[in-house]
Write a protein that binds this ligand. Structure first.
Ligand SMILES: NC(=O)c1ccc[n+]([C@@H]2O[C@H](COP(=O)([O-])OP(=O)(O)OC[C@H]3O[C@@H](n4cnc5c(N)ncnc54)[C@H](O)[C@@H]3O)[C@@H](O)[C@H]2O)c1
Length: 248
Protein backbone atom coordinates (compact mmCIF):
# COMPACT_ATOMS: atom_id res chain seq x y z
CA UNK A 1 0.00 0.00 0.00
CA UNK A 2 1.44 3.39 -0.99
CA UNK A 3 1.02 6.52 1.12
CA UNK A 4 1.64 10.00 -0.12
CA UNK A 5 2.86 12.38 2.56
CA UNK A 6 4.90 14.61 0.28
CA UNK A 7 4.32 18.27 1.22
CA UNK A 8 2.00 17.16 4.07
CA UNK A 9 2.47 18.82 7.44
CA UNK A 10 1.73 16.73 10.52
CA UNK A 11 1.72 17.99 14.11
CA UNK A 12 2.55 15.42 16.78
CA UNK A 13 2.38 16.00 20.54
CA UNK A 14 4.67 13.84 22.63
CA UNK A 15 6.92 13.58 19.57
CA UNK A 16 10.17 13.53 21.54
CA UNK A 17 9.90 9.97 22.87
CA UNK A 18 8.23 6.58 22.49
CA UNK A 19 5.20 6.20 20.24
CA UNK A 20 5.15 9.87 19.18
CA UNK A 21 8.81 9.72 18.19
CA UNK A 22 8.30 6.54 16.16
CA UNK A 23 5.38 8.22 14.37
CA UNK A 24 7.49 11.32 13.65
CA UNK A 25 10.30 9.24 12.15
CA UNK A 26 7.97 7.08 10.03
CA UNK A 27 5.97 10.04 8.70
CA UNK A 28 9.12 12.02 7.93
CA UNK A 29 10.48 9.00 6.05
CA UNK A 30 7.26 9.00 4.01
CA UNK A 31 7.84 12.64 3.07
CA UNK A 32 5.90 14.60 5.71
CA UNK A 33 7.16 17.70 7.50
CA UNK A 34 6.71 17.19 11.25
CA UNK A 35 5.73 19.81 13.82
CA UNK A 36 7.23 18.04 16.83
CA UNK A 37 5.56 19.25 20.03
CA UNK A 38 6.90 18.19 23.43
CA UNK A 39 7.93 19.60 26.80
CA UNK A 40 11.14 17.49 26.81
CA UNK A 41 13.64 19.81 25.09
CA UNK A 42 16.62 17.47 25.31
CA UNK A 43 14.82 14.64 23.51
CA UNK A 44 13.34 17.07 20.97
CA UNK A 45 16.88 18.19 20.12
CA UNK A 46 17.87 14.54 19.54
CA UNK A 47 14.91 14.12 17.18
CA UNK A 48 16.02 17.22 15.28
CA UNK A 49 19.48 15.70 14.79
CA UNK A 50 17.78 12.70 13.16
CA UNK A 51 15.11 14.43 11.08
CA UNK A 52 16.93 17.70 10.35
CA UNK A 53 14.89 19.94 8.01
CA UNK A 54 12.01 17.45 8.01
CA UNK A 55 10.92 18.70 11.43
CA UNK A 56 10.17 21.91 13.28
CA UNK A 57 10.51 21.76 17.06
CA UNK A 58 7.94 23.24 19.40
CA UNK A 59 9.04 23.01 23.02
CA UNK A 60 5.62 23.37 24.60
CA UNK A 61 3.92 22.16 27.75
CA UNK A 62 0.54 21.08 26.33
CA UNK A 63 -1.32 21.76 29.58
CA UNK A 64 -0.51 25.46 29.26
CA UNK A 65 -2.90 27.22 26.88
CA UNK A 66 -0.79 30.41 26.70
CA UNK A 67 2.26 28.32 25.81
CA UNK A 68 0.26 26.71 22.98
CA UNK A 69 -1.13 30.00 21.63
CA UNK A 70 2.22 31.81 21.70
CA UNK A 71 4.37 29.02 20.28
CA UNK A 72 2.05 27.68 17.60
CA UNK A 73 0.87 30.96 16.13
CA UNK A 74 3.26 30.68 13.17
CA UNK A 75 1.75 27.33 12.09
CA UNK A 76 -0.83 28.29 9.47
CA UNK A 77 -1.16 24.96 7.64
CA UNK A 78 -1.36 21.41 8.89
CA UNK A 79 -2.83 18.29 7.29
CA UNK A 80 -2.90 16.04 10.32
CA UNK A 81 -2.60 15.98 14.09
CA UNK A 82 -1.51 13.18 16.41
CA UNK A 83 -2.35 13.70 20.09
CA UNK A 84 0.17 11.40 21.76
CA UNK A 85 1.58 13.29 24.79
CA UNK A 86 0.63 11.57 28.00
CA UNK A 87 1.64 10.27 31.40
CA UNK A 88 0.93 6.96 33.16
CA UNK A 89 0.48 7.45 36.92
CA UNK A 90 -0.18 4.28 38.89
CA UNK A 91 -2.92 4.57 41.48
CA UNK A 92 -6.31 3.33 42.64
CA UNK A 93 -9.35 5.23 43.89
CA UNK A 94 -8.13 5.33 47.50
CA UNK A 95 -4.54 6.43 46.99
CA UNK A 96 -5.03 8.89 44.14
CA UNK A 97 -4.45 12.40 45.49
CA UNK A 98 -6.39 15.37 44.18
CA UNK A 99 -3.12 16.79 42.79
CA UNK A 100 -2.39 13.57 40.88
CA UNK A 101 -5.98 13.34 39.62
CA UNK A 102 -5.92 16.91 38.30
CA UNK A 103 -2.46 16.56 36.78
CA UNK A 104 -3.45 13.34 34.98
CA UNK A 105 -6.66 14.76 33.57
CA UNK A 106 -4.92 17.99 32.57
CA UNK A 107 -2.07 16.16 30.82
CA UNK A 108 -3.96 13.31 29.16
CA UNK A 109 -7.30 14.98 28.44
CA UNK A 110 -7.44 18.78 28.76
CA UNK A 111 -4.26 19.16 26.69
CA UNK A 112 -5.96 17.25 23.86
CA UNK A 113 -8.91 19.65 24.07
CA UNK A 114 -6.55 22.66 23.93
CA UNK A 115 -4.38 21.42 21.06
CA UNK A 116 -7.23 20.02 18.97
CA UNK A 117 -9.37 23.13 19.38
CA UNK A 118 -6.35 25.23 18.39
CA UNK A 119 -5.66 23.28 15.19
CA UNK A 120 -9.34 22.73 14.33
CA UNK A 121 -9.45 26.37 13.12
CA UNK A 122 -6.78 25.48 10.55
CA UNK A 123 -8.57 22.27 9.52
CA UNK A 124 -11.92 24.08 9.15
CA UNK A 125 -10.37 26.79 7.00
CA UNK A 126 -8.84 24.13 4.71
CA UNK A 127 -11.98 21.91 4.88
CA UNK A 128 -9.80 18.87 5.52
CA UNK A 129 -7.72 17.17 8.16
CA UNK A 130 -7.16 13.96 10.03
CA UNK A 131 -6.80 13.69 13.80
CA UNK A 132 -5.43 10.59 15.52
CA UNK A 133 -5.72 10.40 19.31
CA UNK A 134 -3.75 7.94 21.41
CA UNK A 135 -5.85 6.44 24.19
CA UNK A 136 -5.12 3.04 25.75
CA UNK A 137 -6.63 -0.40 26.32
CA UNK A 138 -6.69 0.75 29.97
CA UNK A 139 -9.77 2.94 29.45
CA UNK A 140 -13.40 2.05 28.74
CA UNK A 141 -12.01 -1.01 26.88
CA UNK A 142 -10.62 -2.84 29.89
CA UNK A 143 -10.22 -2.39 33.65
CA UNK A 144 -6.52 -2.54 34.54
CA UNK A 145 -5.23 -2.54 38.13
CA UNK A 146 -3.59 0.66 39.42
CA UNK A 147 -4.59 2.78 36.45
CA UNK A 148 -7.46 4.69 38.08
CA UNK A 149 -6.87 8.32 37.00
CA UNK A 150 -5.12 7.17 33.84
CA UNK A 151 -7.98 4.93 32.64
CA UNK A 152 -10.48 7.68 33.43
CA UNK A 153 -8.55 10.12 31.23
CA UNK A 154 -8.11 7.58 28.42
CA UNK A 155 -11.79 6.56 28.44
CA UNK A 156 -12.63 10.25 28.02
CA UNK A 157 -10.34 10.41 24.98
CA UNK A 158 -12.53 7.80 23.28
CA UNK A 159 -15.63 9.93 23.97
CA UNK A 160 -13.84 13.09 22.82
CA UNK A 161 -12.82 11.36 19.58
CA UNK A 162 -16.33 10.16 18.74
CA UNK A 163 -17.80 13.56 19.56
CA UNK A 164 -15.33 15.36 17.27
CA UNK A 165 -16.01 12.80 14.51
CA UNK A 166 -19.76 13.35 14.88
CA UNK A 167 -19.45 17.13 14.64
CA UNK A 168 -16.75 17.56 12.00
CA UNK A 169 -16.58 14.55 9.65
CA UNK A 170 -19.14 16.17 7.34
CA UNK A 171 -16.76 19.15 7.12
CA UNK A 172 -13.88 16.98 5.84
CA UNK A 173 -12.18 16.44 9.18
CA UNK A 174 -11.81 12.84 10.38
CA UNK A 175 -11.00 11.84 13.94
CA UNK A 176 -10.00 8.36 15.14
CA UNK A 177 -8.48 6.83 18.24
CA UNK A 178 -5.88 4.13 18.83
CA UNK A 179 -5.84 2.09 22.05
CA UNK A 180 -2.44 0.43 22.49
CA UNK A 181 -1.71 -2.41 24.90
CA UNK A 182 1.70 -2.36 26.58
CA UNK A 183 4.39 -0.79 24.40
CA UNK A 184 8.16 -0.74 24.99
CA UNK A 185 8.84 2.98 25.42
CA UNK A 186 11.15 4.96 27.76
CA UNK A 187 8.46 5.50 30.39
CA UNK A 188 7.42 1.86 30.28
CA UNK A 189 11.05 0.82 30.86
CA UNK A 190 11.24 3.21 33.81
CA UNK A 191 8.09 1.62 35.25
CA UNK A 192 9.66 -1.84 34.95
CA UNK A 193 12.99 -0.79 36.46
CA UNK A 194 11.38 1.02 39.40
CA UNK A 195 9.35 -2.06 40.39
CA UNK A 196 10.41 -4.17 43.40
CA UNK A 197 11.22 -7.09 41.12
CA UNK A 198 11.95 -5.79 37.60
CA UNK A 199 12.52 -9.26 36.09
CA UNK A 200 9.17 -10.58 37.30
CA UNK A 201 7.47 -7.28 36.39
CA UNK A 202 8.76 -7.52 32.81
CA UNK A 203 7.43 -11.11 32.61
CA UNK A 204 4.07 -9.98 33.98
CA UNK A 205 3.83 -7.17 31.40
CA UNK A 206 4.73 -9.59 28.58
CA UNK A 207 2.08 -12.09 29.65
CA UNK A 208 -0.69 -9.45 29.67
CA UNK A 209 -0.66 -9.71 25.87
CA UNK A 210 -1.85 -13.03 24.41
CA UNK A 211 0.93 -12.65 21.85
CA UNK A 212 3.31 -13.01 24.83
CA UNK A 213 5.32 -9.82 24.48
CA UNK A 214 4.91 -6.07 24.67
CA UNK A 215 4.57 -4.06 21.45
CA UNK A 216 7.12 -1.89 19.69
CA UNK A 217 6.40 1.82 19.08
CA UNK A 218 6.75 1.13 15.33
CA UNK A 219 3.82 -1.31 15.55
CA UNK A 220 1.63 1.61 16.63
CA UNK A 221 3.00 4.18 14.20
CA UNK A 222 2.02 2.07 11.18
CA UNK A 223 -1.64 2.52 12.09
CA UNK A 224 -1.11 6.22 12.83
CA UNK A 225 0.27 6.59 9.30
CA UNK A 226 -2.73 4.81 7.77
CA UNK A 227 -5.27 6.88 9.72
CA UNK A 228 -3.58 10.15 8.76
CA UNK A 229 -3.39 9.17 5.11
CA UNK A 230 -6.00 9.48 2.38
CA UNK A 231 -6.06 5.66 2.23
CA UNK A 232 -8.34 5.77 5.30
CA UNK A 233 -10.68 8.38 3.80
CA UNK A 234 -13.85 6.48 4.84
CA UNK A 235 -12.67 5.89 8.44
CA UNK A 236 -13.84 8.24 11.17
CA UNK A 237 -14.93 7.95 14.79
CA UNK A 238 -13.33 4.51 14.96
CA UNK A 239 -11.59 2.94 17.93
CA UNK A 240 -8.61 0.67 17.12
CA UNK A 241 -7.08 -1.66 19.68
CA UNK A 242 -3.46 -2.57 18.95
CA UNK A 243 -2.72 -4.66 21.97
CA UNK A 244 -1.33 -8.10 21.14
CA UNK A 245 -4.64 -9.49 22.35
CA UNK A 246 -4.56 -7.79 25.79
CA UNK A 247 -8.21 -6.79 25.57
CA UNK A 248 -9.51 -10.27 24.66
N1 LIG B 1 3.76 2.72 26.34
C1 LIG B 1 2.62 2.11 26.60
O1 LIG B 1 2.60 0.97 27.08
C2 LIG B 1 1.31 2.78 26.26
C3 LIG B 1 0.16 1.99 26.24
C4 LIG B 1 -1.05 2.58 25.94
C5 LIG B 1 -1.11 3.93 25.67
N2 LIG B 1 0.01 4.68 25.70
C6 LIG B 1 -0.12 6.11 25.42
O2 LIG B 1 0.71 6.47 24.35
C7 LIG B 1 1.13 7.82 24.49
C8 LIG B 1 2.65 7.86 24.38
O3 LIG B 1 3.18 7.06 25.40
P1 LIG B 1 4.70 6.57 25.43
O4 LIG B 1 4.72 5.29 26.17
O5 LIG B 1 5.29 6.72 24.09
O6 LIG B 1 5.28 7.65 26.46
P2 LIG B 1 6.67 8.43 26.52
O7 LIG B 1 6.80 8.91 27.92
O8 LIG B 1 7.76 7.60 25.95
O9 LIG B 1 6.36 9.68 25.60
C9 LIG B 1 5.42 10.62 25.99
C10 LIG B 1 5.90 11.99 25.56
O10 LIG B 1 4.90 12.95 25.95
C11 LIG B 1 5.56 14.08 26.43
N3 LIG B 1 4.67 14.83 27.33
C12 LIG B 1 4.12 14.39 28.49
N4 LIG B 1 3.39 15.38 29.04
C13 LIG B 1 3.50 16.46 28.22
C14 LIG B 1 2.99 17.78 28.26
N5 LIG B 1 2.23 18.22 29.27
N6 LIG B 1 3.28 18.62 27.23
C15 LIG B 1 4.08 18.21 26.22
N7 LIG B 1 4.60 16.97 26.14
C16 LIG B 1 4.31 16.11 27.12
C17 LIG B 1 6.79 13.54 27.17
O11 LIG B 1 7.78 14.53 27.34
C18 LIG B 1 7.20 12.40 26.24
O12 LIG B 1 8.13 12.84 25.29
C19 LIG B 1 0.63 8.28 25.85
O13 LIG B 1 -0.54 9.04 25.68
C20 LIG B 1 0.32 6.98 26.58
O14 LIG B 1 -0.69 7.11 27.54
C21 LIG B 1 1.23 4.14 25.98
Amino acid sequence: MKFSFNKKIIAITGAANGIGRAAAILLATEGAKIIAIDKDKKSLDKLKLKLRNKCILKNINCINLDDIKINLKDIKIIDGLVNCAGIVPQNNLMNCSEVEWNHTLNTNLTSVFYITQYFMKVFLKRKKGSIVNISSVASSIKGVKRRFAYSTSKAAIIGLTKSIAADYSSKGIRCNVICPGTVDTPTWRKRVLSANNPIQTRKDYNSRQIIGRVGKPEEISDLILFLLSDRSSFVTGSVYNIDGGMSL
